[in-house]
Design a protein around this ligand. Sequence first.
Ligand code: SF4
Length: 282
Amino acid sequence: MNSESEHIPMDIVASRDRLVEHGEMLFRSPREPLIKFTGLTEADELVNDISSYPHAFVLACIMDQQVKAEKAWIIPYRISQRLNGFSMQTLAQLSPNDVNNLMTQPEPLHRFSDRMAGFFYSAIQRINSQYTQDASQIWSGRPSSAEVVYRFLEFDGVGQKVGTMAANILVREFKILLADYYSIDISVDRHIRRVFTRLGLCAAKSTEAQIIYRARALYPEFPGMMDFPCWEIGNKWCKPQSPQCGACYMLDLCPTAAVSCYHHNVTGVDAPGGPFPSRVRT
Ligand code: SF4
């Protein structure tokens, strides 16, 4: 699929190509009328409206750490209810104390509400001053993927994972066009780690950096293209215990499935040094 493939074992290339194929299907598909983030239509409508409320999307991305995604992405809507609106003009008038009260009263909106209130306030200041209250300037005008990720990384509290997640959602779900996709990495979470390991794309106990660079080596044009397929496989079928390999579209390529069929269970797949050999050639 790319010029690097000749250096990668054929069985891994086959897995890579199928993951990319599924990623591309999603990438090329039309935008959903309402992208579901929270399970609450009104909250999803706010973060979907990147024309009128692009800052809601940015703020939700920044909140998406150390809690379930649904809980993070609903925060802009909860604050809009408490504030009776969510315009940048209104947000820009809030003091740090106001934001802290909105984030914590009458009940905390985040597991780390005090810290997140600081990030939220700081993000409002940056959008206000750097982007003249229009957060869509972060991604408008077809910038490079590196530029978009960098702009997210400039926000307090945003690391590589949130920065690449934000860029990935913009191009995959909102169909925002960028000049290239080289710098949109895979966002390593427990699903990505488990699926990469079981598919033999990385060794057991690989570090986050190893998985990120593995994805870059496998598909340098757009490493994050494999992000959603792996996440979906992990979320739907490749459970920590008793994965449903029969329903998984990687079944015929997966070394773990082959072994688990023989053993009739997959207990221990996640455990380093467990019963399943790694397919990775190191
Ligand atoms: S075939 Fe089974 S073990 Fe392999 S990725 Fe799919 S669910 Fe996981």
